[in-house]
Design a protein around this ligand. Structure first.
Ligand SMILES: Nc1ncnc2c1ncn2[C@@H]1O[C@H](COP(=O)(O)OP(=O)(O)OP(=O)(O)O)[C@@H](O)[C@H]1O
Ligand SMILES: [Mg+2]
Length: 260
């Protein structure tokens, strides 16, 4: 039986499978028959030059943008036409940019609110999220796990930039994702903050599947199990970091130009 189970798992569908996504903005094709799979437990990086369509791809997966063509399956279900919240409830969650933080609330209150959002209406109007133990305890545990435990009482507005980005990830994790979509989590960070974010992502790796858009190639090659390279909306290659580094098409289209 054990052998059979291993075999069945090996044949299991990827956690996420985007198939033939096409997204046009007027004459521009931002996703050009884009197919992409993320396996359970995988950290999959999506790389490519500016304007290649990485954010557009993430937006379609998260449900912010509807593809003109193609389909998205997640955890065995067709989610192509599901709204953001329904995808989030299935475990397909995007970490939003700093604009989604409640700047006047503490780090702990922000995460408690995200826990509350996950718990849904049963918690609403109960008492302020920052005081309810059922929200506070998981929120504290998450902050600890992300290395922000010592910053729980600081207002989001007063956190350093890198800490704010970590807080966004804590809030996304509070929704209980199976796949976390991250669009340039290291953008605007100095080397120290970037290192902290890489360390955070490597701790999360394996616990939650991650699709990571990132320009920092050192981070990508250190973290990713597989990499997909996007150029003009098309996936020109998918493979292990070593295979991607050695791929002459990739070097010509992207890595070469960056001098990597
Ligand atoms: N809402 C929109 N309307 C029109 N054009 C858009 C829109 N969103 C994106 N684009 C265009 O689609 C292309 C892909 O943009 P996208 O933001 O997905 O690229 P990206 O790979 O995320 O780039 P970057 O690395 O700079 O973040 C670009 O040419 C961009 O100008
Ligand atoms: Mg982008």
């Amino acid at each position: 039986m054990a052998g059979l189970r291993v075999e069945i798992e090996a044949m299991a569908d990827p956690l996420l499978q985007a198939q033939g996504l096409v997204k046009r903005f007027g004459a521009l094709t931002a996703s050009d028959r884009l197919s992409l799979g993320v396996e359970v437990g995988e950290l999959h990086a999506l790389i490519g030059p500016n304007g290649a369509g990485k954010t557009t791809a993430i937006a379609q997966l998260a449900g912010e943008l509807n593809p003109d063509q193609g389909a998205i399956r997640f955890a065995g279900q067709d989610v192509t036409n599901l709204p953001i919240e329904r995808r989030c409830r299935l475990g397909l969650t995007r970490s939003y940019q700093i604009t989604s933080l409640f700047r006047g609330f503490t780090a702990l209150e922000n995460v408690a609110l995200a826990v509350q959002a996950r718990a849904g209406h049963s918690f609403r109007f109960w008492r302020p999220a920052g005081r309810d133990r059922r929200l506070i305890e998981p929120a504290e545990a998450l902050l600890d796990r992300l290395g922000l435990g010592g910053r729980a009482g600081i207002r989001a507005a007063d956190l350093a930039h890198g800490e704010q980005r970590q807080l966004e990830i804590a809030m996304a994790l509070a929704t209980g994702p199976r796949l976390l979509l991250l669009d340039e989590p290291m953008a605007g960070m100095g080397p120290e903050e970037s290192r902290a974010m890489v360390a955070l992502l490597s701790r999360l790796k394996g616990e939650v599947s991650i699709l990571l858009v990132e320009h920092d190639m050192d981070a990508v090659f250190a973290l990713a199990d597989r990499v997909t390279v996007l150029v003009y909306g098309r996936a020109i290659a998918t493979g292990t970091p070593a295979a991607i580094r050695a791929d002459p098409n990739v070097r010509a289209a992207y890595l070469g130009e960056e001098g990597a």
